[in-house]
Design a binder for this molecule. Structure first.
Ligand SMILES: NC(=O)c1ccc[n+]([C@@H]2O[C@H](COP(=O)([O-])OP(=O)(O)OC[C@H]3O[C@@H](n4cnc5c(N)ncnc54)[C@H](O)[C@@H]3O)[C@@H](O)[C@H]2O)c1
Length: 244
């Protein structure tokens, strides 16, 4: 897969799955802009070692203005934009009868509105250049629901509706829009879960293991490549058979 001369923007690229996606895209030739609310210095060093150009913009994806500014900074520093990976996400779990308004709003704002903010900023660019790829990171819990995750599952289900709609709207401009739905992946988000929740996840997974961030990154790179040029509006589960 050859992504040379492509520029990718990865939200939440400072850690976890986003870090892995940024590195994998760079290994396949792309230059990268990392957007994260925390420092991305470590990932920047790793991508520089691969020999690709890399910049970072510190921004909160739930902010419309910070998101459009991050896209503008990408064009200023890397001169073009071809691939958008909406990966930044959070969870603030709790059963619905105890969930606070703050828990609900925070998760919807980062996970769902964050995707809209970046799609809104890149859509005119991709439309004009008649090319582009958008990959949104959802979750199997957006497909099946999950006890204690009304806010998270709703945000991830919303991403699926957003993906299918934007795929329809941008298809005639040669833009592919897809979603990747991981099951449990070994990152900080997973490490903070109670052990019994982790054990249950592994026991329901057909391949009897937790995914590594690279397992998700490889599928994202594929969707960004020409090998996937006839795939759009799709949700690809990468979950080891956790939700069949
Ligand atoms: N880890 C899992 O088991 C799992 C499973 C399914 C889906 N996902 C999804 O994959 C994505 C990445 O998850 P992860 O496990 O790598 O999480 P993580 O917590 O390890 O990393 C998330 C990254 O996003 C950044 N981020 C969070 N909120 C942000 C904001 N408002 N603005 C900018 N950056 C922000 C964080 O700083 C961090 O660098 C998320 O969308 C998550 O919902 C994760």
């Amino acid at each position: 897969m050859n992504l040379q001369n492509k520029v990718a923007l990865v939200t939440g690229g400072g850690a976890g799955i986003g870090r892995s996606i940024a590195i994998d895209l760079a290994m396949h030739g792309a230059d990268v802009m990392i957007v994260d609310r925390q420092s991305a210095d470590q990932v920047i060093d790793e991508i520089k070692k691969i020999g690709r150009k890399v910049f970072a913009a510190q921004a909160d994806v739930s902010s419309f203005s910070e998101s459009s500014r991050a896209v503008a900074v990408t064009l200023e520093s890397l001169c073009r934009l071809d691939l958008l990976i909406n990966n930044a996400g959070i969870n603030k779990d709790g059963v619905v009868w105890k969930m606070t308004e703050e828990q609900w709003d925070a998760v919807i704002d980062v996970n769902l509105k964050g995707c809209f903010n970046f799609i809104r900023a890149v859509a005119p660019i991709f439309k004009e250049q008649k090319s582009g790829k958008i990959v949104n990171i959802t979750s199997i819990n957006g497909l099946r629901g999950k006890f204690g995750q009304a806010n998270y599952a709703a945000s991830k289900a919303g991403i699926i509706g957003l993906t299918k709609t934007v795929a329809r709207e941008l298809g005639k401009f040669n833009v592919n829009v897809n979603a990747v739905a991981p099951g449990m992946v070994e990152t900080e988000m997973m490490r903070v879960l109670p052990q019994d929740v982790k054990d249950k996840s592994i026991s329901e997974t057909v391949l009897e293991r937790v995914a590594q961030p690279e397992d998700i990154a490889h599928v994202v790179t594929f969707l960004c490549s020409d090998y996937a040029r006839h795939i759009t509006g799709e949700v690809i589960k990468v979950d080891g058979g956790q939700y069949i």
